[in-house]
Design a protein around this ligand. Structure first.
Ligand code: PLP
Length: 447
């Protein structure tokens, strides 16, 4: 048998990874999967506790999706959407328009969450240009936002560790605080929300002629550490956008496809964005596929004679890939045929109960944040003083490394241990996920 570990260390450069640490450690090499479990080259099974980085929805090797891909493969794997069309991309676009919030009637494909965001930013920018509002060029962002790793999506991001080194390359934005930043003892979440909304309103009033759009992760800021916004924040943002002629871009890359308990996070507050970015769970977690949805009003601003130069000059080689679109259509069919969102509610409640009984009481857990299947467990050195661990201790990384011996794969965000299981997780698997996490937090932090 090949030595996969040596070959990995010889040839691969892993994302978001200090490769010196990596080469000093023993990598877990996945060979196959069964349902919600990944299986490594040694035959060990691990519950996929973060849905293979927040993408998997129905578990691995879901028969209906496997079949759809094979059937599509027997027709065509890929043809271009530049100058041609393709059956699965049309089918999927129709389905997406039906299930997304009202008003989103046009689908522009790309291949990752970052590109879906790039597309949304470029459409918003050019929309105002096409209408003759040349000064509307600014984007408003939330502090600690994360929208991907390409230069445009990094420009609207706000996580210093990832983004600050690239600052000379980025375009200027207007950042408003996320409600989380105002969270001090004695300040209610409504007050945090209202302070942030006041901030946005003041900027919107002052610079309405210069602001093209605001981009938000609706309800949950994932990469910031599963920060859950107070109720009414998203709706408040939408209201200010409508009052001041600012486009609302909702980045549902992480929150979409059931992760918050509804198909899209926007639905929790009946919010209708002008542009929506989708990726990750779109193909059920099978293949790289993304979509940016736009309203008909935005789309129409791009129509005209070729010589008007209103065309959206953007596209990728694999835009609308047939295999990926076929997988996505099959995934959406499973949502319906298995009434997935209905069944999800009792799983979300069960997860909440177990988090409350097994995780929250732990001495080194500062806070547990949950929105649907998105969970962030914040580790703390001293619970009563709310002090953080020194970052060099890498407690989050140590806990998630340890949990492998209990048969679970997790990945932290700093000292926040993230749980984000597939929607297909069973009650027994939820038990395993939570008890393994509790054991590892205890083992690593209570020494
Ligand atoms: C909210 C959000 N937007 C965009 C992205 C980027 O997606 P991708 O990694 O597919 O480029 C992510 C990835 O985690 C995300 O959480």
């Amino acid at each position: 048998m090949k030595n996969w570990s040596d070959l990995d260390k010889k040839y691969l450069w892993h994302p978001f990874t200090q490769m010196r640490e990596w080469t000093d450690s023993e990598p877990l090499v996945v060979e196959k999967a069964e349902g919600n479990f990944l299986v490594d080259v040694e035959g060990r099974r691990y519950l996929d506790g973060v849905s293979s980085l927040w993408v998997n929805v129905h578990g691995h090797r879901k028969e209906a999706i496997d079949r759809a891909i094979v059937e599509q493969l027997e027709k065509v794997a890929h043809s271009t959407l530049l100058g041609l069309s393709g059956v699965p991309s049309i089918e999927l676009a129709e389905k997406l328009v039906k299930i997304t919030p009202d008003g989103l009637d046009r689908v522009f494909y790309s291949d990752s969450g970052s590109t879906a965001v790039e597309v949304a930013l470029k459409i918003a920018f050019q929309y105002w240009r096409n209408l003759g509002f040349d000064r509307k060029t600014l984007f408003v962002t939330l502090s600690q936002a994360y929208h991907g790793d390409t230069i445009g999506s990094v420009s609207v991001g706000g996580i210093d560790l990832f983004h600050s080194i690239f600052s000379p390359l980025l375009f200027n934005t207007l950042s408003i605080p996320t409600p989380f930043l105002y969270r001090y003892p004695g300040i209610s979440s409504e007050e945090c929300r209202d302070r942030c909304l006041d901030h946005f309103r003041a900027i919107a009033e002052d610079k309405r002629d210069e602001i093209a759009a605001i981009i938000v992760e609706p309800l949950v800021q994932g990469a910031a550490g599963i920060i859950v916004h107070p109720r009414g924040f998203l709706k408040g943002i939408e209201t200010i956008c409508r009052e001041h002629g600012i486009l609302l871009i909702c980045d549902e890359v992480a929150t979409g496809f059931g992760r918050t308990g509804k198909m899209f996070a926007c639905e929790h507050e009946d919010v209708k964005p002008d542009l929506m970015a989708l990726a990750k769970g779109l193909s059920g977690g099978y293949l790289p596929l993304a979509a940016t949805l736009a309203t008909e009003e935005i789309y129409k601003a791009f129509l005209g004679a070729f010589s008007d130069y209103r065309t959206f000059f953007h596209g990728h080689s694999y835009t609308g890939n047939a295999l990926a679109c076929a997988a996505a259509c099959a995934s959406l069919d499973v949502f319906e045929s298995e009434r997935l969102l209905e069944h999800a509610q009792s799983k979300i409640r069960f997860l909440k109960e177990l988090l409350a009984s097994e995780i929250e009481p732990l001495q080194h857990v500062g806070e547990v944040r949950q929105c649907g299947f998105m969970v962030g467990i914040e580790l703390t050195e001293n619970r009563s003083l709310r002090t953080e661990y020194p970052p060099g201790l890498r407690m989050g990384a140590r806990v998630t490394r340890d949990v492998r011996k209990h048969g679970v794969i997790l990945r932290p965000l700093g000292d926040v241990v993230v749980l984000m299981p597939p929607l297909s997780i069973t009650l027994d698997e939820i038990r395993l996920l939570v008890s393994a996490t509790a054991k590892s937090i205890h083992e690593i932090c209570d020494q």
